[in-house]
Each structure stands twice: as C-alpha cells, then as structure tokens.
Design a protein around this ligand. Structure first.
Ligand code: CIR
Length: 264
C-alpha cells in the first residue's frame, strides 16, 4: 500500500448554524457557531498550505454534524466507499456526498450491510484497521472488508475501547512505522508491530491528530503532546479545536483526504 499520509486532494463541508446541536456524549455546552466557523477556516487554510486541492461543500442545516465529512465515506486512490453512519441523525449524510464522489472517483461503492463510521477506520501501510464501536457494528465492518477487498485493500477488524466514540478518537498514524495512541487503546495490543507513542496522561483527546504530507496537524489544547511530538522531529501545525471538541470531534473528522494518483 502506498504511504497513507500523502495527499493532494480533500473534501470539506462548511459548518451549518445547526452545528450548535451537534451530537455529544453527555450534557456539555453547545459550541459557538462563529467560533466553529473560525476553527474550520483555519483547518481548511492548513490543508491548502500542506499542498492539497480542497473541495468545499456547502453547509447542510438538516445535518448538524455534516462538517465531519470523514464519517459518512472513505476515500482512497483506488476508489471511494459510501458508508452508513451509526448515529440515526447522521445516516442521510452519505447520500449527500454521492455526486461529489462520483465526480472524482471512477469507482464509488456502497456499504452493503450494517453501520460503519469513517472515524473508526485507520489506514496504515500494513492495511486498513476497522474499529468496532458504538457507531460501527460487526455486520458493517464485515461489509466494509468486502468493499475494501474490491478496491484491492487488506483490512482487519479490531475493537475500540468501551466508551470511546471512534477508533480514531484514540489514535493516529504518525508515519510508516509509528502510531500515536492513548494508553487505553495501546494496552489492548492492537498495534503490535508498530512503534507506539503514547499520549501523555490527561491528554487523551490529543490522539486525534492527522498527518498530512510533511505536516502533523495537532490541537493546540494539548501542550504536553505537542512537546513530545515536536521532540520526535515532527513539523507541527497547531490548530484550535476547543469548539469542535464540545461535540466530540477532532482534526481528522473535518476532511476526506486522498491522493489522485498512486505514487508507488
Ligand atoms: C458525532 O458524534 O458524530 C459528532 N458530533 C462528532 C464526530 C467526530 N468524528 C470523528 O471522530 N471522525
């Protein structure tokens, strides 16, 4: 598999005013709409600065969480897969991406069974990991394996820790050999064969960073994680995530990223 953090293209979606009603675990405060817009605009600017051509889709008031385009679809050089998000309020989001994906990919597959969220999918040089979670069930994961196989991609099904929204809420690929992970996920042994960097205690939400070409996008709210990663030589792009964190989101969630041509 090609290096899975080299990208030249991305899809994002402008936040809607309804984002203040975005799903969250618990009864925390609403995010502020204008501040979400600000966080999103800085993120899009960082994608462009990293060299990506960014397709910006319009806000969808009917779907408060639709700015998190990572969840309703998967994209690869080889093709795209429309998923079936596990949260009932998000299930219509996949269909809203169909035309855009058809415009940019020769192959667009549909998840044939079950539910699965893109936030549960980690693409590594060793294959695609599919985390079972409250949003991705076994039927969805197995259907996804069939779709990935159609695209020529190997995958395996793993478990997301209990109480964690998505597999990638707790981990990210840093480079060909390294994974950033929370201690609770690393302890499950899913990353044997990788060099695992653990997120410092108390900064679990920092695990949802995203490597894009030479840049590592990290949240500026987790200074000990940033210090650790900078010390390892990564070129950090620090971004505000305080508002999207109120609705359980992080940096990977706000884009679908791919490379048009394989570089193998
Ligand atoms: C949700 O609960 O679906 C949204 N409020 C947050 C989605 C975050 N997406 C992700 O981790 N990939």
């Amino acid at each position: 598999m090609m290096t899975p953090y080299q990208f030249d293209s991305a899809i994002v979606r402008t936040p809607s005013r309804s984002v203040v009603q975005g799903l969250r675990d618990g009864n925390g405060p609403n995010p502020d709409y204008l501040q979400v817009i600000d966080e999103h605009q800085h993120y899009v600017a960082a994608l462009r600065a990293a060299g990506l051509a960014v397709i910006e889709l319009p806000a969808l008031e009917a779907f408060p969480d639709a700015l998190f385009v990572e969840d309703p679809a998967l994209v690869f050089t080889q093709g795209a897969i429309l998923l079936n998000p596990g949260a009932p309020s998000r299930q219509g989001e996949a269909e809203t991406l169909r035309d855009t994906l058809t415009d940019h990919f020769a192959t667009v597959l549909d998840l044939e069974d079950g539910v699965a969220d893109g936030g549960d999918i980690l693409t590594t040089p060793q294959g695609v990991m599919i985390g079972l979670s409250g949003r991705t069930n076994r039927r969805g994961a197995e259907a996804l394996q069939r779709g990935l196989a159609t695209l020529g991609l190997d995958s395996k099904i793993v478990q997301t820790p209990a109480g964690v929204l998505h597999f990638k809420s707790d981990c990210a690929l840093l480079d060909e050999t390294r994974i950033l992970s929370t201690s609770r996920l690393a302890a499950s042994g899913v990353f044997s064969g990788f060099d695992v960097i653990e997120v410092p205690q108390g900064e679990d939400a920092a695990a949802n960073c995203v490597r894009i070409n030479d840049a590592l996008f990290v949240s500026r709210d987790y200074p000990r994680t940033s210090e650790r990663l900078a010390g390892l030589g990564y070129a950090l792009v620090e971004l505000a995530t305080t508002q999207i964190a109120r609705i359980d989101a992080g940096l990977s969630c706000m884009s679908l990223r791919w490379r048009r041509q394989s570089i193998d």
